[in-house]
Design a protein around this ligand. Structure first.
Ligand code: NAD
Length: 492
């Protein structure tokens, strides 16, 4: 039994600074998405509090041996941390599920084990990336030495609270940095437990800190702090732009930005297994109720398979069971807030006004008290400038566009602003590779959709979907800076 009683989950209204919880007055009401009940309050760190946290992290970076100790020992601490996280699933999973959109069956089976694996993955880079010797003349020895930045600010969204934290924190720590992490104000609590377990694993106090608050006050103060050397951010494109501006004005300092998407799923008539493809398409728009940056939200299908594909997708939608995140039988997550659910509904309404036909869904479930649950939705008859095609909805809403030939399909797949990911479903390898080359996106999945459990494949956007990469070797290296050294070795 993995269902739990939300009233049995204790959360703490606190920051985590210098290895200790720092309780603080609640200033913001935090609600459970499943039933819209307030369950905790959140402090909002002002500029003075942010300054204290960053100074603390800076001191820990300078005075602890986290950056200078043998890298394998850094890796050992991180592996111990991963083991503790995995062993803590009975506490961590309900803590993650209670206030987020992540159903308990998924936090147990996927989120918590994946976070532990991610930490192990990045730990292994600690002693495997060093720098390089340059090709200089024989009287010189030139090299590049990799070094951590110092204190990195990491800012995360609410959709996968622990995973998003891990994507940022694990490579930064493995590279020897200190981190000040700001979770989303909507899902602020589970990362405190991560920080606590890091201390138990042996991470020096002050190397991983959590500061609570909203974006406008706390996030901005963090980005602008002079002792923050780099900002790594995941969230919306608009916020990413604001963060980049703040980093330019207060630095400039480097940024990694993982932003929004509006990813196409291109299905050709020769697709090998239509039913399997349909299940994959349905999952890619209903997983976490579509609140996923890489949701495959635009179906672009060749005319010959339109009807059978729609039919299979509708069957897959019908199997989903909306429910509270603490119910182990839930297979369709709640929407994060009533405001976000209304936003989804407003875009669907605008899409209908602009000519879309609702084949399935198109409204909130009315059976669950409190929480907001949106029906998996199919919108047919949308033009390329329909609002549901252009705007990131962040809900279980799939638009359907029809094409006749490859060129037309690829043209529809191209989005004017976003370029995060795309799916291509075809039995023709040549066609798949032509699509891979033509699609202006950061990731293409062929005959599948969504990330695998392999941490080695980087993720990141083209166009306005981002700058830089998370995951993979690239994510580790983006937490390092490189110092050039030239030594005269002439024999005088
Ligand atoms: P958001 O941009 O509203 O907030 C993200 C974080 O930024 C939060 O912690 C918030 O407090 C903070 N923030 C907001 N304004 C800020 C400011 N001015 N300065 C500093 N920090 C600020 O995003 P969200 O609604 O939490 O998340 C949904 C968005 O995240 C979607 O657009 C989704 O596509 C994107 N996302 C992208 C990826 C990816 O890998 N590309 C992954 C997950 C989510």
């Amino acid at each position: 039994m993995s269902s739990f009683d939300p009233l049995n989950v204790n959360v703490r209204c606190a920051h985590f600074i210098g290895g200790l919880y720092r309780d603080a007055a609640a200033m913001l009401d935090v609600q459970r998405p499943s039933d819209a009940q307030s369950y905790a309050g959140l402090p909002i760190a002002d500029a003075a509090c942010v300054d204290e946290v960053v100074e603390n992290a800076w001191r820990a970076f300078k005075t602890s041996d986290w950056a200078s100790r043998p890298p394998r020992e850094r890796a050992r601490v991180m592996r111990r941390w991963a083991d503790l996280i995995e062993a803590d699933v009975a506490t961590l999973a309900p803590l993650e599920s209670v206030g987020s959109t992540r159903p308990i069956s998924e936090t147990i089976a996927w989120d918590i084990p994946s976070v532990a694996e991610g930490i192990r993955f990045f730990a292994e880079f600690a002693d495997k990336v060093g720098g390089e010797v340059a090709a200089t003349a024989t009287d010189h020895l030139g090299m590049q030495i990799s070094e951590p930045y110092g204190v990195i600010a990491a800012i995360a969204p609410w959709n996968f609270p622990l995973s998003m934290a891990c994507w940022k924190i694990a490579p930064a720590l493995a590279a020897g940095n200190a981190v000040v992490f700001k979770p989303s104000e909507m899902t602020p609590f589970s990362c405190l437990r991560l920080a606590e377990l890091a201390i138990v694993a042996g991470l020096p106090a002050g190397i991983f800190n959590v500061v609570q608050g909203n974006g406008r006050v706390t996030g901005m103060a963090l980005c602008k702090h002079p002792k923050i050397s780099k900002v790594t951010f995941t969230g919306s494109t608009a916020t990413g732009a604001a963060i980049m501006t703040a980093c330019a004005e207060s630095g400039p300092k480097p940024v990694t930005l993982e932003l929004g998407g509006k990813s196409p799923q291109l299905v050709f008539a020769d697709v090998p297994d239509l039913a399997r493809t349909a299940r994959s398409i349905a999952k890619a728009i209903t997983g976490n109720a579509g609140q996923v940056c890489v949701s495959g939200s635009r179906l672009i299908v060749q005319r010959a398979v339109l009807e059978p594909l729609i039919d299979e997708i509708q069957k897959a939608f019908a199997l989903l069971k909306p429910g509270r995140t603490w119910d182990e039988n839930t297979t369709l997550a709640p929407i994060i807030s009533a405001a976000q659910a209304n936003r989804i509904d407003t875009i669907v309404t605008r899409s209908r006004t602009a000519g879309a036909e609702v084949l399935t869904g198109g409204k909130l479930f009315d059976t669950l008290q409190g929480g907001a649950f949106y029906e998996p939705t199919l919108l047919l008859g949308v033009d390329a400038d329909n609002p549901a095609v252009l705007e990131e909805i962040f809900g279980p809403v799939l638009t359907v566009q029809v094409f006749d030939d490859e060129e037309q399909g690829l043209a529809l797949a191209d989005h004017p602003t976003y370029g995060l990911a795309a799916g291509v479903h075809t039995a023709d390898l040549g066609r798949a590779m032509r699509a891979v080359r033509k699609l202006e996106v950061g990731t293409v999945w062929v005959n599948r959709y969504g990330r695998s459990a392999d941490w080695i494949i980087p993720t990141g956007g083209y166009k306005r979907s981002g700058i830089g990469k998370d995951l993979g070797r690239a994510a580790f290296e983006s937490n390092l800076r490189f110092k050039s050294v030239l030594i005269d070795i002439t024999d005088y």
